[in-house]
Design a binder for this molecule. Structure first.
Ligand code: AMP
Length: 283
């Protein structure tokens, strides 16, 4: 695997590969890699794309009271994992390389960024839009791969690509889970043993509601049942539970299959926020 830390070097490399006719698949990450990230790399490799992964813990998407400093950094292990799935290129820039000076531009998409995660993480999606745009301009991917686990992020990136005419195809890949159903996440390592056992409650609640939707269509009732069910697992705080139209992220009143209902849950165990989602009908 080729590793680049400077934009200029990667840009030269990509330029030559494009002239040679390669199509580029891109997997942006913040590192602390797990099988969820690797599934995106495998999807890109599976399409015969020259696959570029990036590892960059992006400061502009962390709020002042969030975990930027202590976000897990496991670069050596990440490189081994990327090599194990034959990733072609790793872009591993420093903060100074990506932000030599503070950015003057702000990207804004209030209709999608201010709800759900945006309510709890002010400025988060503005930081995501900025770094994804910068990375797209550097890597010039034909296809970029994102995980369904971060569903709101997927919706925002898709809208941004459309509105700014980025010539990139966005592929959303299914959530990879631990054996008990917990969605893999770099932040799961913050959980202690007791919290780790409780964490499965999110997945179990999603499954419980997915079964219930066969005979109960009222979103109000489904959400009430979800709260009662998840509270038994001992979450310290439920940030939100909602059922939305998966195309528009608008809240639904009824979970009929034609409304493409997707259930979102974000809850905390101690200081760790866990988020997950599930389509209530198989798609
Ligand atoms: P992150 O490093 O958390 O910024 O994630 C990088 C990419 O991996 C994002 O597109 C995530 O949605 C995706 N991702 C994270 N966890 C999973 C998972 N469990 N399954 C599939 N994709 C994931």
């Amino acid at each position: 695997m080729e590793i680049f830390t400077h934009i200029k070097d990667l840009a030269n490399y990509i330029h030559i590969k494009k002239i040679l006719g390669y199509e580029i698949g891109f997997v942006p990450t913040m590192g602390a890699l797990h099988q969820g990230h690797l599934s995106l790399v495998k999807a890109s490799k599976g399409k015969n794309l020259l696959t570029v992964a990036s590892i960059f813990v992006n400061p502009t998407q962390f709020g002042p009271n969030e975990d930027f400093e202590k976000y897990p950094r496991t670069v050596d292990h990440d490189i081994q994992l990327l090599e194990s799935v034959k990733c072609d290129v790793l872009f591993l820039p420093s903060v100074k390389e990506m932000y030599p000076t503070a950015s003057a531009i702000t990207l804004s998409m209030p209709s999608l960024t201010q709800k759900y995660e945006g309510k709890y993480r002010t400025g988060h999606f503005e930081g995501v839009m900025l770094i994804v745009s910068k990375l797209f301009n550097i890597v010039l991917p034909n296809v970029a791969f994102f995980g369904q686990k971060d569903f709101q992020q997927c919706a925002i990136v898709k809208q941004m690509v459309k509105d700014l005419s980025f010539p990139v195809q966005i592929e959303i890949m299914p959530t990879i889970r631990e054996d008990d159903g917990l969605a893999m996440s770099s932040r799961n390592r913050y959980l202690n043993e007791i919290e780790r056992k409780k964490a499965v409650g999110i997945y179990q609640t999603l499954m419980y509601i997915k079964n219930m939707v066969q005979h109960e269509k009222s979103v109000e009732n489904l959400i009430r049942h979800a709260h009662t069910y998840i509270e038994k697992f001992g979450f310290t705080q439920i940030d939100y539970i909602d059922i939305v139209n998966s195309d528009t992220l608008e809240t639904l009143h009824y979970a009929y299959s034609e409304n493409k209902p997707l259930m979102l849950i974000t809850a905390r165990l101690g200081t760790t926020r866990l988020l997950d989602n599930m389509y209530l009908y198989d798609i």
